[in-house]
Design a protein around this ligand. Sequence first.
Ligand SMILES: [Zn+2]
Ligand SMILES: [Zn+2]
Length: 283
Amino acid sequence: MILYDCHMHSDFSSDCEASMEEQAASAAKKGLKGICFTDHMDLEYPNVKEFNMTFLFDMDEDYARIDKVRKECGIKINKGIEIGLRNEPGVSERVTNGYKELLKRDDIDFVIGATHCLDMIDPYLPGYWQGMTVKEALGKYFTAILENVRNNSYIDTLAHIDYLVRYARIPGGDPDKYEGRGLYKDGENGDIIDEILRFIIDHGIALEINTAGLKYGLGYAHPKDWILRRYRDMGGELITIGSDAHKPEHVAYAFEETCEKLKAFGFREYAVFEKRKPVFFKL
Ligand SMILES: [Zn+2]
Ligand SMILES: [Zn+2]
């Protein structure tokens, strides 16, 4: 069973309206033993104007709130953060230095390293997909992830490797429809994926299983099965699990079926990070 949800947001994240109290109450009601709040910190987010969102929060306030909620809700609550890594020249170094500064505090349990933006754009916007096939657009994204993990090997887990497919548009297609989703083929860009997986295995970085893909109707969690199999075949064992819930009803989303799949793929345990060290629990 999966009893800890280690990726979720609260209203400290620009794109989430749920309070920590609501998220924690939902987790307790669903029988979880613990959760970790991982609010969004995306230094130099390039599309502040388009979304009127900064994706920044005050860690002192966030963690003080966690201390308060901990006392009230009766389950374990860890202190995490989801940082948005960047590979654009210039931006990359500034952002990495900024995170290293923020992460100097000693009360952090868990750091999720995500790649949300590249080429100075959030690929949630149709502009990213212009002039590229879905294979090229995903390949470019995977290359950015590879560069980001190489430059930020201090992260604890690598977030939602292939989540970008949620927003896949096709050249000349309707920008409001994600017609490119079906064009994400198993094994495509496999050489880059292998390099990412090899790097995280060699550097003790976990691979995140993010169940939000199921919530978005993709039919799979992130990463998709072929990447998960590859990771296991390469000797990868260290995994973290999170729903990426932005709403109380999505806490622990599809954890039962995800647990069965992980076991079928040969995984035996999952990690919950405490003070930046993995503690293992049986699946
Ligand atoms: Zn994310
Ligand atoms: Zn998230």
